[in-house]
Design a protein around this ligand. Structure first.
Ligand SMILES: Cc1cc2nc3c(=O)[nH]c(=O)nc-3n(C[C@H](O)[C@H](O)[C@H](O)COP(=O)(O)O)c2cc1C
Length: 441
């Protein structure tokens, strides 16, 4: 539907959104902070298609032949690697950004289907430890909520070097979300805006990181897998360096990845798309001989994963597992039409609400307000998340069987083609109907 009069030409450079933003900036003098991930159109999984089996390859029968989904994460050095039933994990999201009930619901949903959840900036809550069968504990530059006892309570440790939404930048938690409980866990004053550090104070490069990883292994008895999470930028080199530093698992978060609060200019203009990052990461691991080998280094990919097709495509490109943030929140009830009136009162609408920083979320998820939190029932939220994770898994299995694969991990780049030259170049799979991959002879 066009809303302008025929004959009036909208500028492609100065379109209505650009004009609105200039006017907003001129009015307020402050930059825009918001949650969610990049909203611009980027080459993504939708630009890839599977080549189902027919004559040259043999498909598997959906109702009779198995397609397994389990994955082991962290069997390089850890005494107790994580054994997950499905390769779809819940990404790290901070308590403070999320309510305690949301953390509990994530734990319930993930545990029901045998996968892991992850803490976030601000530490470990009793709700999520209590409800999570497999809990990954984030060790972040801010060290907010960092506690050696909680490290020992975790099932794995994730050292966060960056996030796809803001590689090179730190986190933000605005004062309205810093309640007594959040402030207590972070050792911060109540109600004052907080910025997390953009880099770890304990090391300046991979050699120091190797020492930190050994330190973390020592205080946890060499039991727990150590992940290293990077925002997707110079992914090939970052992955090689993280492996050299001793990581058991690498998490690569593409620029579509969600955030709780960051400058819009950061979300939209820094990093590379998830699609472009996966082949780089996989290549780095292959060259080091640790890709999809027993005792190797597993690759977890996040940033814009929405469907079983996205899961299967990420795995075909080389991921061992994926992590989801935004989609998990939507499954819990974020942006649900039943809150339409409340979203409108906030100047937004169901499907558009991204003001996670404001603490006014009617769905009770990205808020610390005790009244709003009541809108999320953690048991119901957990059930919804478990349903969603089951659907993702079944969709991925359906596609894998069609490609003749008896395990999701057997998906490979040869199962994919690209719809656009850009996606072909980034994903390093041929343009559909050709043998051509840009940049390869
Ligand atoms: C509300 C929210 C809070 C987040 N908090 C953290 C955090 O504390 N630490 C972190 O490493 N990433 C954090 N992230 C990023 C996620 O871990 C993950 O990288 C990202 O959400 C994946 O992209 P997706 O949202 O498109 O699935 C957060 C994301 C959201 C949406």
């Amino acid at each position: 539907m066009t809303t302008h009069t025929p004959g009036l030409r909208e500028s492609a450079t100065f379109d209505r959104d650009v004009i609105h933003e200039i006017q907003r900036a001129a009015e307020t003098g402050i930059y825009d902070i918001r949650g969610w991930g990049a909203k611009r159109k980027l080459p993504h999984f939708d630009d890839l298609l599977f080549l189902g089996a027919s004559m040259s390859r043999y498909p598997l029968e959906g109702y009779r032949e198995r397609c397994d989904t389990d994955v082991v994460l962290g069997d390089r050095h850890a005494k107790y690697p994580l054994h997950l039933d499905i390769p779809i994990t819940i990404a790290g999201m901070s308590f403070g950004a999320l309510s305690g009930r949301a953390k509990e619901a994530l734990g319930r949903g993930a545990s029901e289907v045998g996968t892991s959840t992850t803490t976030g900036d601000g530490g470990m809550t009793t709700e999520e430890r209590g409800q999570s069968k497999h809990l990954v504990y984030q060790y972040l530059p801010s060290r907010y909520g960092m506690n050696p006892d909680d490290l020992r309570k975790a099932d794995a440790i994730e050292i966060v070097l960056g996030q796809g939404a803001k590689p090179g930048g730190g986190g933000m938690l605005l004062g309205q979300k810093i309640t007594d409980r959040v402030a207590g866990m972070r050792t911060l004053p109540v109600g004052v805006d907080q910025r997390s550090a953009c880099r770890h104070p304990d090391w300046t490069g991979p050699d120091d990181l190797a020492i930190k990883i050994i330190e973390l292994r020592e205080i946890t008895g060499w039991e727990k897998p150590i992940y290293v999470k990077v925002g997707a930028t110079r992914t090939y080199y970052d992955v090689k360096l993280a492996v050299k530093a001793g990581a058991d698992v690498i998490v690569v978060d593409g620029m579509q990845g969600g955030t709780a609060a960051t400058q819009d200019v950061f979300i939209e203009h820094v990093g590379i798309p998830t699609l472009a990052a996966i082949p780089q990461a996989a290549q780095a691991l292959q060259e080091l001989g640790v890709h999809r080998t027993p005792g190797g280094v597993q690759l977890v990919v996040s940033g814009g994963i929405r469907s079983g097709a996205d899961v299967a495509k990420a795995m075909a490109l080389g991921a061992d597992a994926v992590a989801i943030g935004t989609a998990a929140l939507i499954a819990l009830g974020d942006n649900h039409p039943r809150f339409q009136q409340q979203y409108e009162a906030l100047g937004s609408a169901a499907g558009f609400y991204d003001d996670f920083q404001a603490g006014l979320d009617p769905a009770g998820i990205t808020t610390q307000d005790p009244e709003l939190q009541k809108n999320l029932d953690p048991v119901d939220g957990g059930r919804r998340l478990a349903n969603y994770l089951r659907v993702l898994t079944m969709e991925a299995q359906t596609l894998a069987r069609a490609c003749g694969k008896s395990h999701l991990r057997n998906l490979e780049p040869q199962d994919l083609v690209a719809l656009t030259v850009e996606a072909s170049a980034m994903a390093q799979v041929p343009l559909a109907g050709t043998n051509w991959i840009p940049g390869r002879i």
